[in-house]
Design a protein. Structure first.
Length: 332
């Protein structure tokens, strides 16, 4: 196969994840007991306050490979309010972005008691993001009038909004990211839309037999990019085992795009859609959490070995509230 065709298909497939990737990219972080990173309405929604630190790295055998780090916390303030904050650093070759979000969430309880879970939540996140393009390492002999040979940067403000409903073992979420249309003053912005708005819908239900130490939680997550009409779905399954010290858990996630790219394989024209298979292993020990996530890109055409690694560290601290009487991993 022509190597130029390989790179073209890789670009189209990867663009389904990275195109207009303003703000925090949507990976599988949320499956590591980190729903607030995806849904602002989950700030302060859990029975304990949370701190989460993640580090993600792609293609260890490649220089300037994509990597991202996030640090976030969220806590309940009073009876009905939640606050949160997110700091992130995302780098992909010569492009990078850093930013911070502050979140306010409001929680309405319909429960009969403090341990029954029936909660509707609304959240708003206000973010400030700086995008950078480092042109200092470009070859000065390869003249291009659009390349200035400097580090360009552009800062912009945006807002995410969402709602969540948690009722006993069920949880559902709807979030709109990048609500405000924003132009970025980088050379590459000439080729990118000011509309980076994205819609995310997710839901989960936990099953457990009475008195059993095992809990099973299937879930779905759907993304829609307004400008490009791109669609992606995650199909997930997790299992939890209660232990004396906390719990062990693991899961699998399958991500697939609705759109694909055509390529020439010999004399035949074939189509490939973006697909990932992700495995997750985690342990909660008292108030501490550790999780490892491994993703592998599927398909005939992929860059290098197509693998992605992520580690999540967490700490849960008291909020003054008792755990809810339900099998609800997202909350308890």
């Amino acid at each position: 196969m022509d190597i130029k065709k390989v790179y073209l298909v890789l670009f189209v497939l990867l663009s389904q994840v990275t195109y207009s990737q303003d703000g925090i990219p949507v990976y599988s972080d949320y499956l590591s007991d980190n729903l607030y990173l995806l849904h602002p309405s989950m700030a302060g929604a859990a029975s304990s306050n949370q701190i989460r630190l993640t580090a993600r790295k792609q293609w260890f055998d490649q220089n300037e490979a994509p990597n991202m780090q996030t640090l976030n916390f969220n806590a309940r303030i009073g009876e009905r309010s939640g606050l949160g904050g997110i700091f992130f650093n995302d780098k992909n070759g010569y492009h990078s972005q850093t930013g911070a979000y502050l979140t306010y969430a409001h929680h309405i309880m319909f429960s009969r008691s403090e341990v029954d879970l029936n909660q509707l939540s609304f959240g708003l996140s206000f973010g400030l993001i700086q995008s950078r393009l480092d042109e200092t390492q470009f070859d000065p002999l390869d003249f291009d009038p659009i390349i200035a040979g400097i580090i360009q940067s552009s800062s912009y403000f945006n807002v995410d909004a969402g709602l969540s409903y948690n009722f006993l073992n069920f949880s559902g979420h709807f979030t709109v990211k990048n609500i405000i249309f924003q132009n970025r003053e980088l050379n590459s912005a000439d080729y990118e839309s000011s509309n980076q708005r994205k819609f995310i819908i997710s839901g989960a239900y936990a099953f457990a037999n009475y008195g059993s130490s095992w809990t099973y939680e299937p879930s779905l997550m759907y993304q829609f990019q307004e400008r490009t009409k791109e669609q992606i779905i995650d199909i997930n399954g997790k299992v939890y085992r209660a232990m004396d010290f906390g719990k062990l858990w693991g899961g699998l996630s399958y991500r697939r795009s609705f759109d694909g790219a055509e390529y020439l394989n010999g004399m035949e024209v074939e189509n490939q859609k973006l697909q990932y298979l992700t495995a997750i292993l985690g342990v909660s020990f008292n108030k501490f959490l550790f999780a490892y996530t491994y993703s592998n890109q599927m398909g005939n055409i992929k860059f290098s070995n197509g693998s992605f690694h992520q580690i999540t560290l967490g700490f849960d601290f008291l909020s003054g509230r008792e755990p809810y009487d339900c099998n609800c991993p997202a909350i308890n």
